[in-house]
Design a protein around this ligand. Structure first.
Ligand SMILES: [Fe+2]
Length: 377
């Protein structure tokens, strides 16, 4: 990144290509983000100095070279900030529209590829290659595809339940919930009374609307495919959000602002949480779609807002059920389907005959972590 840095009375100005204004970095920020060994642990990057206890900081001399900015403070301390750090935080700051109301005008993650589009779609990956402990090539490709598309299919030649655990460990770790760690999903199981343990059609939904931190990823390992039906149905929730934001802003704003409660009830358990269908980060980037009409809990809105909400929720349900938006994924024994539960709605075609899947949840943050590690950012 060909940036330039100038020193001002208040700190540093970072000029980045592609932006018509510069980013201001204050003296306090520079001291607070000292990357020298005195300022932070070199491995964990944890801060070693409580900068806020120092009061106002006063610079003595500033030295800029190609790789870093070094500031010697009036009290004799020396702080160092790498150019990489200065440029990356400046780019993030300048790319954020701080006047934007995130619940009204969210942006999509910059690298999200919306679907379905007949001309694009994530490639399938060989499970063997993904699990290869010697090479991260297929893992890297898979993490990239999963992050950008919100789902990924891995084809496996060998039927082996242990591979589900190995698969999870390549990405992070299995998250334990009311369903345990990895759970068996088959119509003859009676562990839970949930609709998932039946043979009927399941409308596209997200899991965990009853959880304050809904599972970020869900995967299914197919141990036995149904002889007829049973395909997984995927719908891109981000694509629905993008369409509504562009063509029906009132519906979008309603779905981004009305908290919708979800619940899960079985003997001894009553889980409940609530959030809007569209949740954005504080920076205004759409982060999560939550929609599960099966698990929606009772709630009451003022009459006018109820009318608006019902219209908006019905509109979302219509789009989610639109066959043109669906990607049907058929698995055979040994295959794995993984999807982003914060983005991709999943459902299922009705089926006949036996069908045995193993399911599990992983954390969204662990996929994000794996991506940073593999891509060095
Ligand atoms: Fe589900």
């Amino acid at each position: 990144m060909a940036s330039s840095i100038t020193v001002t009375d208040h700190g540093l100005e970072i000029h980045l290509p592609g932006f018509d204004r510069s980013a201001s970095i204050s003296w306090h920020w520079l001291r607070d983000h000292d990357e020298s060994e005195a300022g932070q642990d070199p491995v964990t990057k944890q801060r070693r100095v409580d900068t806020f206890s120092l009061g106002e900081v006063h610079p003595g001399t500033v030295c800029l070279d190609d790789g870093k900015a070094t500031v010697t403070w009036a009290d004799g301390a020396v702080a160092m900030c790498s150019r990489h750090l200065l440029e990356s935080v400046a780019a993030e700051c300048l790319a954020t529209d701080w006047s934007r109301r995130p619940d009204v005008e969210p942006s999509l993650p910059v690298d999200a590829v919306l679907w379905p589009d007949p001309s694009i779609g994530p490639d399938e990956i060989e499970l063997d290659a993904f699990l290869d402990p010697v090479s991260d090539e297929a893992l890297t490709r898979g993490v990239d595809l999963l992050s950008r598309y919100g789902y990924l299919v891995l084809r496996g030649a060998v039927l082996d339940r242990d591979r589900a655990g190995a698969f999870a460990r390549r990405l992070g770790y299995v998250r334990h919930t009311i369903f345990g760690g990895m759970w068996d999903l088959a119509p003859d199981l009676t562990d839970h009374a949930d609709t998932a343990y039946t043979t009927v059609y399941l409308a596209p939904h997200t899991d965990g609307t009853y959880s304050h931190d809904a599972p970020g990823l869900q995967f299914f390992l197919c141990l036995q495919a149904a002889p007829q039906g049973g395909e997984s149905l995927l719908v891109d929730g981000f694509a629905i959000a993008a369409q509504l934001a562009a063509t029906d802003p009132e519906t979008f704003v309603t779905l981004a602002s009305v908290p919708v409660p979800g619940r899960y009830i079985e003997p001894g358990v009553h889980l409940r949480a609530e959030r809007p269908v569209f949740r954005s980060t504080a920076r205004g980037v759409l982060d999560q779609v939550s929609f599960n009409n099966y698990d929606r809990a009772p709630f009451l809105l003022p009459p006018e807002l109820e009318r608006r909400f019902n219209r908006a929720y019905r509109r979302f349900a219509e789009l989610a059920a639109d066959p043109a938006r669906r990607v049907a994924v058929g698995l055979t024994a040994g295959d794995i389907l993984i999807f982003d539960n914060w983005r991709t709605l999943h459902g299922r075609n009705a089926f006949v005959g036996p069908r045995h899947y193993v399911g599990a949840y992983l954390n969204h943050e662990d996929l994000e972590s794996k991506r940073r590690v593999l891509f060095g950012s």
